[in-house]
Design a protein around this ligand. Structure first.
Ligand code: GLU
Length: 429
């Protein structure tokens, strides 16, 4: 049987433990989720029938603070996946030093097959099913794959109705009108962009414009593309679940996004229409995109995209993991041997949760920041975390993923020790 996503995620932790040993109690606490909830999510469909969807919420670990992490609506959602995503959130929050543990949620559903009203009822029903399990000081959801600020708005409204008190700090990634933060919308892509800009020279990419291919053109992929293009880099290829497009002298991410928004798929860029006509490109497959000869490859879709089957063929010099878990442990080894620098997911996509933290802080203070403040504070956090990871990579001569885990483990271990371990107990005797 192939390895579960969760086993693969834990293999990353075990590798880091070879470089930084932690208290046995910290290790024990990190090896399994704190609590997992499985719920049925009843939804009245537009035709009057009732459909029951399967939902989950996992609080992986809360040693550093309330658990934090998004909610995914996707047909591939399983408990194993949600557990792994919650595990990664634990280390993501720790590597950037924000006061959260890790959590995640999901509903097994293809939202593309639902009407907008059905998605609203699904969002409210899921929130009602998990309302007792979460809380502004316990577990704070946010958007993830195929969920967005509109869905967060319905969810905060539902939770507030249940509590009979407007409670914006229950969820982040909300519309600005309902207590969302400036700068949350593009924060994941922006964090990846800041990480790349901070690290590129130390990673040997120089200071010249880079060629970039991006797999996945959702919120993270689009904003990363946009910001990189604005900084003078060349976006030569982008893809979505239906296929990829390539243009050697650079695509304009905003036009591509406009086509995608109007037609729901990049492939529609073959269409005859005003925007399509201004776009000129070749079509390639998603697999070909991953193997393009570019400076930077950014997987921004789902897990397990770079595997032992294709890692050998990767020609990019650097990988910016905007998705969670896009590289399997075997692929990681191959890429390291080949000298490909992988900026790991828990650092490269931590911009989203960092600005979620800012949103939660603003909700609790009831005082809202200008977008410039959000960008500046995000940049400070990403730069610091990136420098720590690079310093550790120089010291240990291993890949950046392992070093990101080492950096996170230091913080988590400190919290475990501060709470008291067997060592305190033995000292008293
Ligand atoms: N879903 C995002 C992630 O995987 C954001 C989580 C959050 O903002 O809490 O990092």
């Amino acid at each position: 049987m192939s390895q579960s996503i969760f086993d693969a995620a834990k293999a990353q932790l075990n590798k880091a433990l070879q470089y930084y040993s932690i208290d046995a109690e910290s290790e024990a606490r990190l090896s399994t989720p704190k609590s997992s909830l499985s719920v049925s999510v009843p939804v009245r469909m537009d035709d009057g029938s009732l459909k029951i969807f399967q939902g989950y919420r996992v609080r992986y670990n809360d040693l550093l603070g309330p658990t934090k992490g998004g909610i995914r609506f996707h047909p591939g959602v399983t408990l194993d996946e949600v557990k792994s995503l919650a595990f990664w959130m634990t280390f993501k929050c720790a590597v950037v030093g924000i006061p959260y543990g890790g959590g995640k949620g999901g509903v097994t559903v293809n939202p593309k097959e639902l009407s907008l009203l059905e998605i609203e009822r699904l969002s409210r029903s899921y929130m009602s099913a998990i309302a007792d399990f979460i809380g502004p000081n316990r577990d704070i959801p946010a958007p993830d794959v195929y969920t967005n600020s509109m869905i967060m708005g319905w969810m905060v409204d539902e939770y507030s109705n249940i509590q009979r008190a407007f409670t914006p700090s229950i969820i982040t990634g909300k519309p600005i009108a309902l207590g969302g933060s400036q700068g949350r919308d593009d924060a994941t892509g922006r964090g990846g962009f800041y990480a790349l800009e901070t690290m590129k020279e130390r990673l040997g990419l120089g200071s010249k414009p880079l060629t970039i291919a991006i797999q996945g053109f959702g919120n993270a992929g689009f904003h990363f593309a946009r910001l990189c293009a604005e900084a003078g880099h060349k976006i030569v290829a982008v893809s979505d679940s239906k296929g990829a497009i390539f243009k050697g002298d650079g695509l304009d991410p905003k036009s591509v996004n406009q086509v995608k928004q109007e037609s729901r798929e990049l492939k529609a860029a073959y269409c005859k229409g005003s925007v399509c006509e201004v776009l000129d490109f070749e079509t390639i497959t998603n697999e070909e995109l991953l193997e393009l000869d570019v400076d930077v490859l950014a997987p921004a879709a789902l897990e397990n995209q770079l595997t032992k089957k294709n890692a050998e063929n990767v020609k990019a010099k650097c990988i910016v993991e905007l998705a969670n878990g896009p590289t399997t442990p075997e692929a990681d080894e191959i890429l390291f041997e080949k000298g490909v620098k992988v900026i790991p997911d828990i650092l490269a996509n931590a911009g989203g949760v960092t600005v979620s933290y800012f949103e939660w802080v603003q909700n609790r203070a009831g005082y809202y920041w200008e977008v410039e403040k959000v960008h500046e504070r995000l940049n400070t956090i990403i730069k610091k975390a990136a420098a720590e990871v690079l310093d550790l990579a120089d010291e240990h001569k291993t890949n950046m993923r392992t070093c990101a885990y080492v950096s996170a483990l230091r913080r988590i271990n400190e919290a475990v020790q501060a709470k008291g371990t067997l060592r305190n107990f033995s000292a008293r005797k």
